[in-house]
Write a protein that binds this ligand. Structure first.
Ligand code: AHG
Ligand code: MN
Ligand code: MN
Length: 333
């Protein structure tokens, strides 16, 4: 069997498919390299002194874990000097990080959730990194927050890594969704899922049920109907999974289908997940794999962002289920 590395895949995309220019290819390689470094740190766990809290809060008032801070530093350090970026933005930084003047400035903007699934770090459950690449608006001397406020459909690349039993990289450059597994001996990502397709139908949902009392009617209705099983209106039994790491829940959906929901509710009025570095990259990956992603009323990728850290309700995964849950919203319950 021919083993295709990430480098080969990206070169093919550049040369043959013409989907990415050379500087975007190099940018993606650098992000992937940073994910390998994070993967290494994650796998050392307590032996590497990386578990536990950092003793600081991020801009959203969430207590940072050591690995949140470390992963953020790894991504910045790896991406600063390559000359491909105008600026970076992260869950862990209040505003955009400008490329220092000593390095050349490039055409792209990189956004990331350096460590997704923070609550799972210390309990040895899968966590990951999510990233999104936009083009910097032309002519702007400084890539400020405004430069980043582009709808998700403008992303030129997006993906995520999962640090689980194996380290996985999922990527889209707008030409389908592909998956790679890290070969630790070689230190390279090897393509193991050349054309990920999410089945349109599913009998598995993912939602944090502890929020049930806060849900709106459309979400209640959708989940109630799933729970009613064979005897209910859906006529089939549903299974439930909730890892509480979006990367792991989305990877499962890419592997075998399913629907993932973190809707806006009475407690999370704007939703819980962040639009620009969680929902948008995941929505592109999922759409490119034949799935769908909405906030209940609108396609995620069409939302015009107004702030860097804004939150959004998320319903994504198997197309027919996302469409059903979305239609319950427009039906007004
Ligand atoms: P982060 O660790 O980057 O803050 O993101 C965690 C997110 C997401 O990965 C997951 O789906 C969700 O938060 C879990 O939320 P609950 O703890 O409310 O289940
Ligand atoms: Mn996250
Ligand atoms: Mn995070």
């Amino acid at each position: 069997m021919r083993r295709v590395t990430l480098t080969q895949y990206l070169l093919e995309q550049q040369r043959d498919a013409g989907t990415i220019p050379a500087d975007l290819r190099l940018l993606i390689e650098v992000v992937a390299r940073a994910c390998k470094v994070i993967s290494n740190a994650v796998s050392k766990g307590a032996l590497g002194g990386v578990l536990g809290g950092a003793g600081t809060d991020n801009v959203q008032g969430e207590a940072q874990k050591k690995l949140d801070v470390l992963s953020n530093e790894i991504l910045i350090e790896a991406n600063e000097w390559g000359g491909h970026l105008a600026a970076m933005a992260s869950e862990e930084m209040e505003g955009p990080h400008q490329i220092p003047h000593r390095y050349p400035r490039g055409e792209y903007l990189l956004l990331f959730d350096p460590l997704d699934g923070s609550s799972n770090i210390d309990v040895n459950v899968s966590i990951g990194t999510i990233f999104s690449v936009l083009r910097a608006p032309e002519g702007d001397a400084v890539a400020d927050e405004k430069a980043f406020l582009q709808p998700g459909r403008a992303q030129v690349a997006a993906g995520f890594a999962v640090y689980g039993p194996t380290t996985i990289l999922v990527l889209t450059v707008g030409n389908g969704t592909v998956g790679f597994t890290l070969d630790r001996e070689l230190g390279s990502f090897i393509m193991t899922a050349p054309d990920i397709r999410i089945p349109a139908d599913t009998a598995e949902f993912a939602i944090n049920m502890s929020n049930m009392r806060n849900w709106g009617e459309p979400v209640k209705r959708y989940i109630d109907e799933c729970l009613a099983g064979k005897a209910g209106p859906r006529g089939k039994d549903f299974n439930m999974r909730w890892v509480a790491s979006m990367v792991a829940d989305v990877y499962r959906i890419l592997s075998r289908g399913g629907v993932f929901m973190y809707p806006a509710d009475a407690k999370h009025k704007e939703g819980r997940l962040r639009l620009m570095y969680e929902a948008n990259p995941m929505a592109l990956v999922v759409e490119q794999a034949g799935g769908a992603a909405t906030n209940g009323r609108q396609r995620i990728l069409d939302i015009q962002p107004t702030t860097l850290h804004q939150r959004v309700g998320v319903i994504l995964g198997s197309k027919n289920e996302v469409e059903r849950a979305t239609s319950y919203h427009s039906a007004g319950g």
